[in-house]
Design a protein around this ligand. Structure first.
Ligand code: ASP
Ligand code: MG
Length: 413
């Protein structure tokens, strides 16, 4: 008998009607002869509410406070797990609800963002052997000395993948409110297509670049433990997107998807002395201020005396970054400072880039034809990112989507 892990996110269990519906999905797998572990999130909005209560009573001064914080915010998942198990029994499916500590899902003691260290499978396996569905709370773990932890916001995805790895599940299906991973944001690119398959590496790039479908940690974990992961919707009956290893894709596209992030800002320091230690003088204070610098370019100067340095930060951190830089002005020794708070980053991603030349050139040429200026370029092995003025982001997305042959074919009537 195959073991399937099914994970249901907050909107999939958002009300009682949805929980009835989810119970039917679980029942279907059971009737098809599978053993099932169902992992649930809190009902949509509940975790936010619990976090809100905690903030009203505490400023979370120490580790003890964080431990109690986790006790509170992990509670939403207990409700859903109990309700789903109850509903399953009402429709004639044997089931039992499990809290994270009952399994147990053992984690380190980093409350609020704990990491899974070990999952003991014995108790749950006994229950599965007795023909029961195991409904397990996502997001929750327990320390070696018995205190409840949580895995960070969105952590139920990671719970599901960790359980799938520990129980050697045949598949881990993540039910969410989108029906899969698209070639681009379908709200902007109407001809975006749902991808049947995407590689783990591509998904990681997409996740960190703004396509927030799965918690990034869960993708990393699935990749490392070889878990077959599928993203699909619980709202409709259709196939989703399968995450696979690169060698499982025979025909690699140059570009699999295009992502964007709007909230970027650029800072340029003009006439900085071109000598050792300058980059450290610039980026040290930014790191200390907790600001995440993304793209960086530095000019090479023919005389080796002065250079310009340009970098990007999240727009929300722009003022903070400017203060950090101005505070270090003497140490850095720049002559001028320019900034632009209206820029956005666009990235084309595809494992096929490793073996195809000309992907970057096509991007630059396509943007040039639309008269869109590229401010900064950065690349990795499977990604090319450009910084452009934010007002052109939608035009750029659509044009590139067409240029790379990603548009859905529209049936002619
Ligand atoms: N309920 C938790 C959250 O809202 C975990 C999850 O849904 O994945 O972050
Ligand atoms: Mg989620």
């Amino acid at each position: 008998m195959a073991l399937i892990v099914q994970k249901f996110g907050g909107t999939s269990v958002g009300n009682i009607e949805r929980i009835h519906h989810v119970a039917e999905r679980v029942a279907r797998e059971v009737r098809a002869g599978n053993r099932v572990i169902a992992v649930v999130s809190a009902m949509a909005g509940i975790t936010d509410e619990l976090v809100g209560y905690v903030r009203e009573v505490s400023t979370l001064e120490d580790v003890e406070a964080y431990a109690d914080h986790d006790m509170v915010v992990s509670a939403g998942e207990m409700v859903t797990a109990g309700l789903l198990a109850l509903r399953l029994r009402s429709i004639g499916i044997l089931a039992r609800a499990w809290a994270g500590w009952q399994v147990p899902v053992v984690t380190d003691g980093m409350y609020g963002r704990a990491r899974v260290e070990e999952i003991k499978t014995e108790q749950v396996n006994k229950s599965l052997d007795a023909g029961r569905v195991a409904v397990i709370t996502g997001f929750q773990g327990v320390t070696e000395d018995g205190r409840i932890t949580t895995l960070g916001r969105g952590g139920s995805d990671t719970s599901a993948v960790a359980l799938a790895a520990a129980f050697k599940a045949e598949r881990c299906d993540i039910y969410t409110d989108v029906d899969g991973v698209y070639t681009a944001d379908p709200r902007i690119v109407t001809r975006a297509r749902k991808l049947e398959r995407v590689t783990f590496e591509e998904m990681l790039e997409m996740a960190s670049l703004g396509a927030k479908i799965l918690q990034t940690r869960s993708v990393e974990m699935a990749m490392n433990h070889n878990v077959t992961l599928q993203v699909l919707t619980s709202f409709e009956d259709k196939p989703g997107t399968l995450l696979v290893r690169e060698d499982e894709i025979m025909e690699k596209h140059q570009v699999t998807g295009i992502t964007y992030s709007r909230g970027e800002a650029r800072i340029t320091l003009v006439d900085v002395a071109d000598k050792p230690g300058v980059s450290a003088a610039i980026f040290g204070p930014l790191a200390e201020a907790g600001i995440n610098v993304d793209m960086i370019v530095q000019n090479v100067t023919p005389d080796g005396k002065m250079t310009d340095v340009t970098f990007t930060v999240p727009r929300a951190d722009l003022d903070h970054a400017l203060r950090a830089i101005e505070g270090a002005k003497t140490a850095i020794g720049y002559q001028g400072l320019h900034m632009d708070g209206n820029v956005a980053k666009l990235s084309v991603i595809g494992v096929g880039m490793r073996s195809h030349a000309g992907v970057a050139q096509k991007m630059f040429k396509t943007l040039a034809e639309k008269n869109i200026n590229i401010i900064v370029i950065s690349t990795s092995e499977i990604k090319i990112s450009v910084l452009i003025e934010e007002q052109y982001i939608e035009l750029a997305l659509r044009t590139l989507h067409t240029a790379y042959g990603l548009d859905a074919v529209v049936e002619k009537g």
